[in-house]
Structure formats: C-alpha cells, structure tokens
Design a protein around this ligand. Structure first.
Ligand code: DOR
Length: 437
C-alpha cells in the first residue's frame, strides 16, 4: 500500500528531525519526508495532524517463550502485543525451552517471526550452552543464523572466567554481551528488594549490591577484553554510577532500564493487594532513591535506552504464594504511555523519550544498519503514529499478549500507538485510521 501521512509532528532523532511534515511510503519503504508532498496516483492519504509520527519503536529485551512455553506467549501473540504498543523491532531473549543456544533454535525464531509478519523479532543467542554457565555456546553459527547479541538473561554469568572467555569470543564476532547482573551468592534466593518493605512483609530480600557487584566485576572484564558490554534492566543507583564512570573512561558499555523500574518502588509488592505477585520481577523493584537515580540517568544520557523486559507468565505461575511465583511482568502494551508519563512529569523531553525507544536502542545492537530506529529515505517503512493524548486504561480483555501479568492493569494511561506500519504494511490500526486497502 502506498501511503501519504499528512501533517504529523515527525520526530526522527537519528536525523535530528522534529517538525510538522508529510511522510510518503512507497512499496514498503520510506520514500520521502518533507513539506507539502504531492499525493500521486494510487496513494492513500491519511490525515495525521495533531499526531506524532516516529520510527517504529525498538525493544532490546522481550521474552516470547517460543519454542516450548507457548501457553505463556508465542511469537504470534508477542508480535501482536509489540505492534499494538508501537514496536516494530524486538529482541527476544534465549531462555526458551529449549534455550536459543544453537542455530536450529535461532532459525526457528527467525522463520516463525517472518511467517507472523507483525514485528521484526531479532533473536538474542545464549552466552552458555543450555544457559548453564559452564561452556560457551557457538556464537559464529548463531550469528550467521541471525542473533544480534548474546545473553543468559534470566540468569547471570556467575563464573568470571567464563565471562572473560564469552567477552573475548563475542568480540571476534562483534556481538554485544548482555548481562543479567545478579550475584547469586549475594541475592541468596531473595524474592524482592532487601529493605524495610521486605522485612515488614517477612519476605527474603536481595540487596541492590547483588546487581552492582556484578556490574563492577564485568566492567573490569570489559576494560580488559575491549568487548561490547550491555547491562540489562539496570535497577540501582550504584549500577548507574558505575556505568557513568565506565563511560567516562571510554569503555564500550551501554545499559537499559525498564518502564517498571522507572515508575514503581518495592512498595508495589506490599500492595494493595498485599503480596502482589504481579510486582515480582527480577531484578526486583527497588527503593525510591534508586528510581530517582534511574530517572536522573535517563535525563543526563548515561542510560542508552528503555527496554520492557516483557516477561509473560500464566496465572498458574503467578497466582500462587509470593515465594513460589515466577519473576516477570509483561510490558509491550504499556511501555509507551509510561514513558510519556515521564515526559509530562518533565523527567525527559519528548524528543529524548522517542530517542530512548528508537534510535538509541537500534544503535546499541547495531540494528540501525538495517534501517531500524529511523525514518531514513529508502529504509523499510517501520513507523508508528501516536496519539499523545488518548486516555485509556489497560484492561485484561484489551491485551494482545497471551498473558495478563502486569500491575499496571487499571492504571489511567495517556498516549498510545494508533497505527503501526511494518515494511509499509499495517501491523496494527487501533481505530481504522488507514482502513481497508
Ligand atoms: O523478571 C524477570 N523475568 N526477570 C528475568 O530476568 C527473567 C524474566 C523471565 O524470563 O520471566
């Protein structure tokens, strides 16, 4: 479908663009971004005045559970949730069953995501065979098959010797190593943040240092090996400080934060309702001072991007005693309004918010080379039209994800994707903006 999006506020951080412009989509690609573009024959014109037009959002961290746990989510439902959230590229973590630690699993994910065709699902390969932290996986064959990064996410790489080898090996393939930073000896099986709230609830806590100790160790290894190192779901003030210092030393380090760590503290576990397993995530929701430090890191630029850590779980895993509940919450469909809330609270401006969800994550995993995260002429037309003011409430029945595990259900939200285009095709159209071709 050839489209002309007329008169939206186009924000394309990669090209330092923020202006009322038209966007012409031709044969699945961005043909032109400019003022007063001619409609041309057979072009469907869509009035998007008062709307935002941005590159399709990019999420470096999702769990789509296929293969093996499709009852929680699969590539089709996960892609639909992504498209509804305005995302056109997501990177899926390898903790599937079996894990994505070899070419066959990577091939399957790439093929399924193309068949579904609602979102570009870029796989992250395992650092270690079986995510067991013992032997390195085959990075070369996984890279050939399409992985864009390496991680044992869900688990840390505890063994420093293995982490050194992983960084060295990854460097030869120019792949970033993504750490789930959690020193298991310090975390000691904690189910929430260590502190006053955990004590009051009688729950075992994991201290913030379980994260920062591992980040500190890894930064030493990063400096030693020169490999690209990315901190997944950074959640503590100290982690942000360590990354800030490492940046100053010129290390190739990057980090992401999640919308939930930017909005919620460990008080969310206490409720109401009490012992809310929907607020059980790993790393855990932290104290107010940590949330403040993450927000400062967003504003001053030390944090590269916002990633959801979309982690679907069924009621069987979530509606149980707090100690036994699985870690994780879904996030693809609520990320955008939660980030826009930070704009209204003047934590960051709108252009930075868009950059944190588009050009910056694309740069961290070098997805920008294929056009992700920008509206470059000639690139695949992956873009989102956003209504900044649309007021809505996340409800179970409205979610595209197969799972419902989010504490943001019932929260009054503002802002949503109206239209998501993937390669110029409609992946999501909230209110029939484009309608039938
Ligand atoms: O909360 C989490 N859920 N954190 C992780 O690191 C893993 C994830 C999952 O796979 O459910």
């Amino acid at each position: 479908m050839n489209l002309l999006l007329r008169g939206g506020r186009v924000i394309d951080p990669a090209h330092e663009l923020d202006a009322a412009l038209d966007v012409r989509v031709d044969a699945g690609r961005v043909a032109e971004v400019g003022r007063g573009l001619a409609p041309g024959r057979g072009v469907r014109e869509v009035d998007v005045r008062d709307k935002l037009v941005v590159p399709g959002l990019v999420d470096l961290h999702v769990h789509f559970r296929e293969p093996g746990q499709e009852y929680k989510e699969d590539i089709a439902t996960g892609s639909a949730a992504a498209a509804a959230g305005g995302f056109t590229t997501v990177c899926c973590m390898p903790n599937t069953v079996p894990p994505n630690d070899c070419r066959t699993v990577t091939d399957l994910i790439v093929r399924r995501s193309r068949e579904v065709g609602l979102c570009r699902v870029r796989p992250v390969g395992a650092i270690s065979v079986g995510l067991e932290g013992k032997a390195l996986a085959e990075y070369g064959e996984m890279k050939e098959a399409g992985v864009v990064a390496l991680s044992d996410d869900g688990r840390p790489v505890m063994n420093a010797g293995l982490m050194r080898r992983a960084l060295e090996y990854a460097r030869t393939f120019d792949l970033p190593v993504v750490q789930h930073a959690e020193d298991l000896a310090l975390a000691e099986g904690g189910v929430m943040n260590e502190g006053e709230v955990a004590t009051r609830l009688g729950l075992r806590g994991q201290p913030p240092q379980a994260e920062s100790v591992m980040v500190a160790r890894d930064l030493e290894l990063c400096e030693w090996t020169g490999a690209r190192y990315h901190v997944a779901h950074a959640s503590t003030a100290r982690t942000i400080e360590l990354v800030r210092q490492a940046r100053r030393r010129g290390l190739p380090v990057s980090c992401e934060v999640t919308p939930h760590h930017l909005h919620l503290t460990h008080d969310a576990v206490a409720g109401p309702p009490g012992y809310d397993t929907r607020a059980k995530v790993n790393p855990p929701l932290r104290a107010a001072a940590d949330v403040e430090a993450l927000r400062e890191g967003l504003a001053d630029g030390v944090i590269d991007c916002i990633a959801t850590d979309h982690a679907p779980h069924s009621t069987v895993e979530k509606e149980v005693e707090f100690d036994h509940a699985a870690f994780g919450m879904i996030g693809l469909e609520t990320a955008l309004p939660l980030v826009l809330e930070l704009v209204r609270a003047r934590v960051i401006d709108l252009v930075r918010a868009v950059a944190l969800l588009t050009s910056q994550p694309a740069r961290v995993f070098r997805l920008d080379a294929g056009g992700a995260g920008s509206l470059a002429a000639g690139a695949p037309a992956d873009l989102a039209v956003i209504d900044l003011d649309l007021a809505w409430t996340a409800e179970e029945s409205g979610l595209r994800s197969r799972s419902r595990n989010t504490p943001f259900l019932g929260r009054a939200l503002r802002g949503a994707a109206l239209l998501t285009l993937l390669g110029g095709r409609v992946a999501f159209d909230r209110a029939g903006l484009v309608g039938e071709p």
